[in-house]
Design a protein around this ligand. Structure first.
Ligand SMILES: [Zn+2]
Length: 152
C-alpha cells in the first residue's frame, strides 16, 4: 500500500513535469491550455494543436520514466475535446471521432512522445530537483531548452 502510494506520487511528478516542459517548449499556457485570445482561425487551430501535444506529454513522460504507469488522468478525453472544440481535425475526416480523426490524434501523441524524449533530461531535472526549485522559471528554463527567454 505505502509502496504503491509512493509510486503513484512519483508517477504524478513525472506526469506534471512532462506537461510543464512541453507547455514551455510549445509556448502554450499550461494551466488554461486553450487558444483563447489568439486572433485568426488558423492561428487558433495551430495553438490548439500545440495544446493537444502538451496535453499528451504528461502521460508520455509517465510512460517513459515509469513504463508500468496506467493512464488515469483523463488527458485522452481532454485532448479529444480540444481537437473537437477547435476543429483540429485532418482533411480526410468527415465526422469527429472517425478513423481518420483518431489516427490524427495518434500522430499528435507520437509527436508528444518525441518531444518528451527530446527533453527527457530537463523533465528528469525538474522531478529530481529539491521542492523549492521544481518550478520551471523563465530564464533558467530558456537556458535548459535552448529557447530565447521572454523574461530578461
Ligand atoms: Zn495530465
Amino acid at each position: 500500500m505505502a509502496k504503491r502510494t509512493t509510486e503513484r506520487l512519483l508517477a504524478t511528478r513525472w506526469h506534471e513535469a512532462g506537461h510543464t516542459v512541453a507547455a514551455k517548449v510549445l509556448k502554450v499556457d499550461q494551466v488554461t491550455c486553450k487558444p483563447q485570445g489568439i486572433a485568426g482561425k488558423r492561428e487558433q487551430r495551430a495553438a490548439a494543436r500545440r495544446c493537444i501535444i502538451a496535453t499528451y506529454a504528461g502521460m508520455e513522460a509517465e510512460k517513459l520514466f515509469q513504463p508500468d504507469a496506467i493512464d488515469w488522468h483523463g488527458d485522452d478525453e481532454n485532448a479529444f475535446e480540444l481537437s473537437r472544440q477547435w476543429a483540429v481535425i485532418p482533411r480526410g475526416s468527415s465526422v469527429v471521432g472517425d478513423d481518420a480523426h483518431r489516427k490524427y490524434l495518434e500522430k499528435l501523441r507520437r509527436e508528444s512522445r518525441r518531444l518528451v524524449y527530446q527533453y527527457r533530461l530537463l523533465i528528469k531535472g525538474i522531478v529530481e530537483a529539491p521542492v523549492e526549485n521544481r518550478k520551471l522559471k523563465g530564464p533558467s528554463a530558456a537556458k535548459c531548452t535552448g529557447l530565447s527567454s521572454t523574461h530578461p
